[in-house]
Design a binder for this molecule. Structure first.
Ligand code: GAR
Length: 190
């Protein structure tokens, strides 16, 4: 199946750029129809604009509640007939209402080997815990934080010389590879 993808970002957008690139190179058949950022200052927005993809800021701070914010996202995605939402560094927790509306249509990338290190500051916590292996996970989004069905994972060896930054870089490289691998897998499924 060829998906109509929306990518949701909040920050740098390196995973977003990597997906856009894979589409351009026809590594994946699906198309990214829109990039949505909840943060008007996210660096990823500028990168997406260069790519010529539709970009939309839906500033979470401008809404009186989460319901209105998410409703605005849903309306925008429906305009494009989106059938796959890829969270790529989207740092807002989506409500049960939104997740149910888009059931099994939202996937997320997380910088740890879930179920370890759910939530924030994953790299710092991995270093502090002295884990020898970490990595990244792409999973379906469900009602519980970072707990949906796992689609795939990539492993990274953590060296004693690693710190938060070096681990972050190593994992991010694996994230780029993993997201495309999962999208290819999903395209073959349906
Ligand atoms: C990535 O490491 C991603 O896994 C993480 O934010 C970073 C975004 O980088 N996401 C989360 O922590 C979500 N809980 P990017 O903007 O360069 O793709």
């Amino acid at each position: 199946m060829e998906y109509k993808i929306a990518i949701l970002i909040s920050g740098n957008g390196s995973n977003m750029l990597n997906i856009l690139d894979a589409c351009k190179k026809r590594e994946i058949k699906s198309k990214v129809l829109t990039v949505v950022s909840n943060n008007p200052n996210s660096k990823g927005l500028e990168k997406a604009k260069v790519f010529g993809v539709n970009c939309k800021v839906i500033n979470s701070k401008k809404f009186k509640n989460q319901y209105d914010f998410e409703n605005s996202i849903s309306l925008h995605l429906k305009e494009f007939n989106i059938n796959l939402i890829c969270l790529a560094g989207f740092m807002k927790i989506l409500s049960k209402n939104f997740v149910n509306k888009w059931k099994k249509k939202i996937i997320n990338i997380h910088p740890s080997l879930l179920p370890a290190f759910k939530g924030l500051n994953t790299h710092d916590r991995a270093i502090r815990m002295n884990v020898r292996y970490s990595g990244c996970t792409v999973h379906y989004v469900n009602n519980k934080l970072d707990s949906g069905e796992i689609l795939d994972q990539e492993v990274v060896r953590v060296l004693s010389s690693d710190n938060e930054n070096s681990l972050k870089k190593k994992i991010l490289m694996k994230e780029h590879k993993l997201y495309i691998k999962v999208l290819k897998k999903l395209e073959k499924l349906e």
